[in-house]
Design a protein around this ligand. Structure first.
Ligand SMILES: [Zn+2]
Length: 467
């Protein structure tokens, strides 16, 4: 049996400042080594100043993952020597004196499968190493400390996954959850990274490190399972080790033998006291938490009658559910859900497109009203939305400019229907025998009016003519 466990690192990208100093948490916009201060580059005599917001947001993540939340938490020093770690230790958490990490045992559901969460801990991200040069001989390593000290939440799971697909589904759920909580934007490069433990047939555990994307994680686990199965079938022992994912060759390669916890010489971080998160604070945080994705979904279905599948898509992405919340009312909710999930999602499916797009929630409202009042057809609305996203222009202006207004003038539609009837004698005969096929003729009228003929009126008029 295959067992897979994960360690996921999520940056709290939406915070203002780093975990222990006032430097910006959003380090990505800065020239290398300009978003630094004596604290995050570990100059002697500097002392950490704990970011209260980071504690609160990490607590919320733990709560959203159904974890127990201890009333007292502690920080530890994890000692190791590496160029990306200016202090030569990382401030992190450890459950050595009982549960003192920000989140204890929890779980999350992946479909019917329960994935247990071992713990959630808050720690600082190290700096970034950048390797330059193509061959291993001519390699220069550069270090950028802008990222050093960025707040990072580590989520450790039990080895409950049975295949890479479950892992992928879990990560998608987790990514949506973090976004919904407003704590992190997982689409930013490096905002979510994962290590995986893989074992088969009760054998030794192999850790795969260094995986930057969900897609690669799935591939790396696939590769590792196949590698272990091949060894197992030939009776070759599987060594407990750490392997790195080689992004270019798409294989895992053996790295150092894994350090034991003891090697890190953990000890309590004496410069940060134990932190108390009392029941009142926990209750306040619980209240401040945004509505969960599943509760949103249920509400969309029960209150507005939105189909479950549409509600699922709408609620799981914060960007779209925020838009829906801002634009809908009881009357237009279904229409707006429809516009977002069938048309808008295709137009702004990447971060760049979202940033460049010019539409607002007001546009969606106007569009839904125009469809509902029969001013434009759904088909024209699609064209209008394309224009709105591109230009941000007012809907009325776009309808006029592109001549998208509905043709609801009876005599005008009748004229076109007569044309269609004379051009399509066979289809007319068929429609007389089998009324279902009349839709073909409706389609022809739509074609001639570029999708602008009022569909209901067209159908009624056609039925009258073909009897
Ligand atoms: Zn700093």
């Amino acid at each position: 049996m295959t067992k897979i466990g994960l360690e996921i690192h999520c940056q709290l990208t939406n915070l203002e400042s780093k975990l222990f100093c006032p430097c910006k948490a959003n380090y990505r916009e800065y020239e290398p080594n300009t978003n630094i201060c004596p604290i995050c580059i570990g100059l002697p005599g500097s002392l950490p100043r704990l970011n209260q917001k980071a504690i609160e947001k990490a607590s919320m993540i733990a709560m959203a993952l159904n974890c127990s939340t201890p009333e007292k938490i502690a920080f530890f020093r994890k000692n190791y020597f590496y160029p990306d770690l200016p202090k030569n230790f990382q401030i992190t958490q450890l459950n050595i004196y009982g549960d003192t990490s920000i989140g204890g045992l929890g779980y999350t559901m992946v479909g019917e499968k329960k994935i247990r969460i071992t713990r959630v801990q808050l720690e600082e991200d190290p700096g970034r190493l950048i390797y330059e040069g193509s061959s291993s001989k001519n390699q220069t390593t550069l270090v950028d400390y802008n990222r050093a000290g960025t707040p990072l939440v580590e989520i450790v799971t039990e080895p409950d996954f049975e295949n890479p697909k479950q892992v992928r589904e879990f990560l998608n759920i987790l990514s949506d959850l973090l976004q919904n909580l407003g704590v992190s934007d997982p689409s930013l490069e490096g905002a979510m990274r994962a290590d995986a433990n893989v074992s088969i047939e009760g054998g030794n555990k192999v850790e795969i490190k260094n995986i930057g994307s969900f897609h690669d994680l799935e591939k790396a686990i696939h590769f590792e399972i196949t590698r272990q199965e091949s060894l197992y079938s030939r009776n070759i022992p599987i060594v407990q080790e750490t392997r790195h994912w080689d992004d270019r060759r798409k294989i895992t390669i053996s790295a150092r033998s894994k350090e034991e916890e003891l090697d890190y010489r953990y000890f309590l971080e004496g410069d940060i006291p134990w932190i108390r998160i009392d029941k009142d604070t926990q209750e306040r945080l619980q209240k401040e938490m945004p509505e969960s994705i599943s509760s949103k979904k249920d509400r969309y279905v029960s209150k507005y009658g939105i189909p479950a599948q549409v509600a699922d898509v709408l609620s799981s992405d914060k960007f779209y559910s925020d838009l829906f919340e801002q634009s809908h009312n009881e009357k237009n909710a279904k229409e707006i859900a429809n516009i977002i999930t069938t048309d808008l999602m295709g137009l702004v499916d990447t971060r760049e497109k979202r940033e460049q797009s010019k539409f607002t929630s007001k546009h969606l409202e106007e569009l839904a009203d125009a469809i509902q009042s029969g001013k434009i057809t759904r088909n024209s609305a699609k064209n209008a939305l394309y224009e709105i996203v591109k230009t941000g222009k007012d809907l009325t202006q776009i309808i006029a400019e592109l001549d998208l207004g509905n043709v609801s003038d009876e005599s005008e539609i009748e004229k076109i229907i007569n044309e269609v009837i004379s051009q399509e004698p066979q289809a007319v005969e068929q429609a007389k025998k089998n009324p279902q096929t009349i839709n073909y003729l409706v389609g022809k009228v739509m074609q001639k009016t570029k999708g602008k003929a009022d569909p209901k009126l067209t159908l009624d008029l056609l039925k009258n003519k073909i009897k």
